[in-house]
Ligand binder design. Structure first.
Ligand code: ADP
Ligand code: ADP
Length: 228
């Protein structure tokens, strides 16, 4: 599903964010990416989304080398990967329903399909009763559920989340994790960068740890770190 082969990224200012990353994630896996600030987690995600280009090596998505993908084919990547960010990135002047519908419109979905699909994902994230609310009427957890609904509405095989619980309190964060678990249970591959130690330790999923741009640990049923 996802494969990094000898992948390195050096930014224009000379910072080596990733050094020779080799890793494979299979369809249906749930993977945490952990590591201190500056370890390279966001860079890894940006390479997958083609927001940054590799300096050397390759990144494969469904056997396609995305480092060779021309910019006009980037919509293919946007269709394959749903993304959830720490700061939600919801459009403030659109309702919950419109925010989610918009994600389908930009990929050219049929209006009938949009009308069928948006209520379905709203129900999945338990927001059916907030469909006509504007973002400023929502709590933090609800914001994040809108952004998850938007990320999955086009049914991508991969869902990537960068610190999705970073702005949420403990109970709200666990509610969000339940949704990710359910999405994964339905077959979606989930890749999540996080600092939420308690969540990582209790979920017992695969953990890939980065430090200074290198993979220092890759464990099935891993933990956030081995210190106490
Ligand atoms: P993390 O997400 O683990 O905090 P990042 O991938 O954001 O790590 O950053 C890895 C390294 O790359 C850091 O040293 C960071 O300062 C640097 N970096 C990130 N983005 C840029 C950029 N656009 N230009 C230059 N350096 C960057
Ligand atoms: P079906 O086989 O009809 O897709 P499901 O109960 O798995 O049955 O799905 C019902 C609807 O929810 C379908 O439209 C499907 O595309 C959607 N769906 C299933 N899994 C996910 C998921 N992980 N994320 C978002 N939508 C999903």
């Amino acid at each position: 599903m996802i494969r990094f082969v000898n992948a390195s990224k050096t930014y224009d200012n000379g910072v080596k964010a990733l050094s020779n990353i080799n890793v494979k994630v299979d369809k249906g896996e749930f993977v945490f990416i952990v590591g201190p600030s500056g370890a390279g987690k966001s860079t890894l995600i940006k390479l997958l989304l083609k927001e940054e280009d590799l300096t050397s090596g390759s990144v494969f998505l469904n056997e396609m080398d995305i480092t060779k993908v021309k910019s006009r084919r980037i919509p293919y990547i946007r269709r394959t990967i749903g993304v959830v960010f720490q700061d939600f990135r919801i459009l403030p002047n659109k309702t919950v329903y419109e925010n989610i519908a918009f994600a389908m419109e930009i990929l050219g979905a049929h209006p009938k399909e949009i009308r069928r699909r948006v209520p379905m994902v709203l129900s999945m994230v338990d927001l059916s009763n907030k469909a006509n609310c504007y973002p400023n009427q929502l709590s933090g957890g609800e914001h994040q559920r809108v952004s998850i609904a938007r990320a999955i509405v086009n049914n991508p095989p991969v869902l990537i989340a960068d610190e999705p619980t970073g702005n949420l309190d403990h109970d709200t964060a666990w509610g969000i994790m339940e949704i990710f678990k359910e999405i994964n249970r339905r077959g979606t591959t989930v890749l999540m960068a996080t600092h939420a130690k308690e969540i990582v330790d209790l979920m017992k999923k695969r953990v890939i740890a980065l430090e200074s741009g290198r993979i220092v640990r890759d464990e099935e049923k891993g933990v956030y770190n081995h210190e106490t």
